[in-house]
Design a protein around this ligand. Structure first.
Ligand SMILES: NC(=O)C1=CN([C@@H]2O[C@H](COP(=O)(O)OP(=O)(O)OC[C@H]3O[C@@H](n4cnc5c(N)ncnc54)[C@H](OP(=O)(O)O)[C@@H]3O)[C@@H](O)[C@H]2O)C=CC1
Ligand SMILES: O=C(O)C1=N[C@H](C(=O)O)C[C@H](O)C1
Length: 250
């Protein structure tokens, strides 16, 4: 029996790749393609059991609530989520009328990126300094990337758990914002460059040594195995899952 799938944001760079990947998978059936302006209601969802959302940060949360209302499990790759938005989804999923629905939200479905985030969090307490540099195609609408935000938060959490002191930094004047965004105390730098797809470097420093962890998605094909894994497994989960690492034995 196939799992029936609807893709929201189906005409986009990721949405169109997901539609193709679903069509190419013998155990999945693509039953609906939705885009901006399409209503998310059972009549437009073609009987889908699982929806995949790759849209825009300003639309994704409303889409997820509409998909839960329609009784679907949801896999989300769109960025822009914060703790408050996660809490609203958890609250929605806890309502009796949403019983049986599950949502998985992941900032990055590429195995190399998931491993890079996990390795960065593991390594961070062993280094005095850690910074994140993300590099993307110039059509990306948000900065920093969702992956960079999650990476910085993971680094900060593991350093806090290990009781690490603040990172050394004598910067007293930065009128141009050259030190980048600061997320939970971790500096994050965003590059937008024609020719790039999706890349991230985590640099960790100690006196006399440096560890560089780098992930490169050269092609959106890199995200597809993770998206399909999530589509196949989201229905076996309960509530809200954040991150593909929850499905992997890392
Ligand atoms: N988790 C992961 O592994 C990855 C996540 N991403 C994230 O996925 C998201 C999409 O990226 P990408 O595909 O490059 O972006 P695109 O801009 O190529 O695609 C977004 C699509 O969503 C459509 N859209 C906009 N608003 C709505 C709406 N309200 N309902 C339905 N569809 C809508 C757009 O239509 P229109 O153009 O007509 O407005 C467009 O077709 C971004 O947040 C990106 O960061 C990207 C790659 C990997
Ligand atoms: O917009 C993109 O392209 C990507 N977005 C995600 C993010 O913001 O982390 C994942 C990946 O970096 C590609």
């Amino acid at each position: 029996m196939s799992i029936t799938v609807a893709v929201v944001g189906a005409s986009g760079r990721m949405g169109s790749a997901v539609c193709q990947a679903v069509e190419d998978a013998s155990d999945l059936e693509l039953v609906a393609r939705l885009d901006a302006g399409d209503e998310i209601v059972p009549a437009t969802l073609g009987g889908a059991e699982v929806a995949v959302d790759f849209t825009v940060p300003s639309a994704t949360e409303a889409n997820v609530h509409a998909l839960i209302d329609a009784g679907l499990d949801v896999v989300v790759g769109t960025t822009g989520w914060d703790e408050e938005a996660y809490a609203r989804v958890r609250e929605h999923l806890a309502r009796p009328e949403a019983a049986g629905c599950a949502v998985l939200i992941a900032p990055n479905f590429a195995l190399s990126a998931v491993l890079a985030m996990s390795l960065a969090a593991k390594a961070a307490p062993y280094f005095a300094s850690a910074e994140v540099i993300e590099l993307h195609h110039p059509a990306k609408v948000d900065a920093p990337s969702g992956t960079a935000v999650a990476t910085a938060r993971g680094i900060a959490a593991s350093r806090a758990a290990a009781g690490c002191p603040p990172m050394p930094d004598a910067t007293a004047s930065d009128p141009w914002g050259a030190r980048g965004a600061v997320i939970d105390g971790v500096h994050v730098h965003a590059v937008r460059l024609q020719g790039l797809t999706a890349h991230e470097e985590v640099v960790l420093g100690n006196p006399g040594e440096q560890l560089t962890i780098r992930t490169d998605s050269f092609d959106r094909a890199s995200f597809m195995p993770g998206v399909l894994l999530a589509v196949r497994q989201v229905g076996q989960r309960e509530g809200l899952t954040i991150g593909l690492d929850a499905l992997l034995d890392l």
